[in-house]
Design a protein around this ligand. Sequence first.
Ligand code: LIP
Length: 267
Amino acid sequence: MSLEHDLVTLAIDIAREAGELARTRRDAGVAIAATKSALADIVTEADREVEALIRTRLKEARPDDGFLGEETGGGDGASEITWVVDPIDGTVNYAYGIPTYAVSIAAVRGEPTPGAWEALAGVVYTPVVGELFHAARGEGAWLGENRLAVNAEVGPAGALLATGFGYDPATRPGDLEMIARVMPGLARDLRRGGSAALDLSYVAAGRFDGYFERGLAPWDLAAGSLLVTEAGGRFGRAEPGDSPRAPLIVAATPAIFDRLATAAGLV
Ligand code: LIP
């Protein structure tokens, strides 16, 4: 078996266990442990507990690998592999009892920075809905046993798009300006699901034609971006250049990627 296949198999097993822990803790009630970058940027005790479980399981299986997690940061490894982990993506959904949250686990080769890394394996598991999206580089994107593909074309009514907003209220005007540029002439409608990992997975599954958002962290997009490209989609990320804006990501079927990237400001 390939290294990529071994990595995704390990990630699937760990994501399932971590997702069940997250779901169990949610059912028992959720405590907000702290706020991070803004009042709306919360972390729960479950986020911390789930990430600790994932980190422990990865260390047991592959002790030489590096780790980069949303809640505990980075840990260099001796191997060329780093695990990029969001224990509960869609934390606000999770805190409010909205079922669309996911465990996101990715294995990357090289510098664990978007644009520098080579993603080798990615898993996005949403335990309440019970859907497990996974991809190994060069081996396609899957939902369970079903092969995924982005939409080959967009219907005459326009594209179904998704987006999100940063936690910092100061970024809201720029986000709304971006939506005002993108929707007319391109979109039939817009969804805001609250989990970047699931938004990217839905592009890979053809449930969205495209997705764009500013300000995502590496762990939000590491697994989902591999799912998109392994499903035949395109993924782009741009640093804000001279503007103070946060990096912008765009993911879409090739049928609209260039138009969406231009309207969103990626190019
Ligand atoms: C979230 C992303 C979401 C974004 C939120 C937040 P978290 O990640 O999945 O797309 O709009 O601002 O970044 O904080 O739930 O791991």
